[in-house]
Ligand binder design. Structure first.
Ligand code: PEP
Length: 257
C-alpha cells in the first residue's frame, strides 16, 4: 500500500510570520486520524523554513516540510543559491525539483534537473520530481510520450537505491494556476504511464512503491475523484494550499473514500 501525500507548494507567498500562522491553523484543522492516514507536507519560501522548523519541532506537529528548489552545486560562488546540505540542516524532508515554473521562467533543462535530483539525494532528502506537458503538446495528443521523455531524461544514470527515494508529480502545465483541472481520467492516464515506465527505468518493485502525485488546480471539490484513481497517490497543491482551512479539507479526502 502506498501512503498518500498531500503537498502544499506556497510558491512566492507568505512571509515567515504569515507562515507560522498558516502552519498553526493547518495543524489545528487536522486530527490525529488525518495524520494517521495521510502524509501532509508544506513547501514555504526559503526565508520561512527556519520559522516553520522551529514551530514543527516545538509543537511536535505531524507536518513535514521541504523547499521549492535547490542548487545543483555543493557550495561556493553561486550568489543567491541555496545548497541541499543547507536544506538538510533545516530538517527538510523533501525538495521540489523541476516545477514547471522553474522550467519555464528560469529555463531549467532536463540536464540541470538531473543534477538537482542528485544533489537532493546526496543530502538524504526526497526529491519531488515534477513533469508535465504544455497545452500545445496535450492538444497534439503527444502528452504521454512527452512526459515519459521528461521522466527518462531527468532520471538518467540514477541507480535503483536513489530511484526508490524519488516522489513523482504529474503536473500538466495547462492546469496549473488556471482553474482548469485535468479530469481524473487524464491524471490516471499519465500517472499510469509514469508507473509503467518506472518498471523499465528501475524495477517492478520500484514502480509499485513509487508515489505519484497529481498537481493542477486541486481543491477540496475535486480531490476525492482524483484520489480514487488507481495510480494517483496524492496531490501537489498550489493556490489552495495558501488557505489552511481549504488545504485541510483537501487532506481529509480519505474520510470519504
Ligand atoms: C503547483 O504550483 O504545483 C500547482 C499545482 O498549482 P495550482 O494548484 O495553483 O494549480
Amino acid at each position: 500500500m502506498r501512503r498518500p501525500l498531500i503537498a502544499g507548494n506556497w510558491k512566492m507567498n507568505l512571509n515567515h510570520l504569515e507562515a507560522i500562522a498558516v502552519t498553526q491553523k493547518l495543524a489545528y484543522s487536522l486530527e490525529e486520524r488525518d495524520f494517521d492516514a495521510v502524509d501532509v507536507a508544506i513547501f514555504p519560501p526559503f526565508t520561512d523554513l527556519r520559522s516553520v522548523q522551529t514551530l514543527v519541532d516545538g509543537d511536535r506537529l505531524r507536518i513535514s516540510y521541504g523547499a521549492q528548489d535547490v542548487s545543483p552545486e555543493k557550495s561556493g560562488a553561486f550568489t543567491g543559491d541555496i545548497s541541499a546540505s543547507m536544506l538538510k540542516k533545516l530538517d527538510c524532508t523533501y525538495v521540489i525539483v523541476g516545477h514547471s515554473e522553474r522550467r519555464a521562467i528560469h529555463g531549467e533543462s532536463d540536464e540541470l534537473l538531473n543534477r538537482k535530483l542528485r544533489a537532493v539525494l546526496n543530502s538524504e532528502m526526497h526529491p519531488i520530481f515534477c513533469i508535465g506537458e504544455a497545452l500545445e503538446i496535450r492538444e497534439s495528443g503527444q502528452h504521454v510520450s512527452y512526459v515519459v521523455d521528461q521522466l527518462r531524461n531527468g532520471l538518467k544514470g540514477l541507480h535503483k537505491p536513489d530511484l526508490k527515494k524519488i516522489i513523482f508529480a504529474y503536473e500538466p502545465v495547462w492546469a496549473i494556476g488556471t482553474g482548469k483541472t485535468a479530469t481524473p481520467e487524464d491524471a490516471q492516464e499519465v500517472c499510469a504511464a509514469i508507473r509503467k515506465e518506472l518498471i523499465k527505468i528501475g524495477s517492478e518493485e520500484i514502480s509499485q512503491n513509487a508515489r505519484i502525485l497529481y498537481g493542477g488546480s486541486v481543491k477540496s471539490a475535486n480531490i476525492v475523484e482524483i484520489m480514487k484513481q488507481a495510480d494517483v497517490d496524492g496531490a501537489l497543491v498550489g493556490g489552495a494550499s495558501l488557505e489552511p482551512e481549504e488545504f485541510a479539507r483537501i487532506c481529509k479526502f480519505h474520510r470519504v473514500i
